[in-house]
Design a protein around this ligand. Structure first.
Ligand SMILES: *[C@@H]1O[C@H](CO)[C@@H](O)[C@H](O)[C@H]1NC(C)=O
Length: 123
């Protein structure tokens, strides 16, 4: 049987050079400023699922950045999401918050106006 360890010994960074911090910030900025609603998620995160369902239920089609699936997601995760838990929701180019904030805004009636203002909802 082939011993696989030998071939991977020298290459811990298999995806090539990690992106520079500035490049990652630029990418995130571009992503959140060119989409009305962006959710940063990781797979298997139940609160990510909840926030997606809440927005889908309101008729919003959010842009979903899966940090553990997207090609540059790992760099984004490494640089920006060490402290900030997922889901992280951006509306109209601004960081809104996590699940608690989104639910709280939904309950106090500020979420829908915010979504309308961002152009994520028309009705
Ligand atoms: C609604 O809830 C959010 C999140 O807790 C809070 O930031 C905001 O100030 C609240 N707005 C009103 C009008 O209560």
């Amino acid at each position: 049987m082939q011993v696989m360890e030998d071939s991977s010994m020298g290459s811990t960074e298999e995806s090539g050079t990690p992106m520079r911090k500035e490049t990652v910030y630029e990418k995130v900025n571009l992503l959140v400023s060119s989409n009305a609603v962006v959710i940063f998620t990781i797979s298997g995160c139940s609160m990510c699922h909840v926030v997606k369902q809440l927005l889908f239920g309101l008729g919003v089609g959010p842009t979903i950045m899966e940090l553990d699936r997207d090609a540059c997601g790992r760099d984004i995760h490494r640089l920006l999401f060490q402290q900030q838990p997922v889901p992280a929701v951006f509306v109209g180019g601004k960081f809104l918050g996590g699940i608690e904030t989104v639910v709280a805004c939904h309950i106090n009636g500020t979420l829908i106006p915010l979504l309308k203002e961002a152009g994520a909802l028309w009705l």
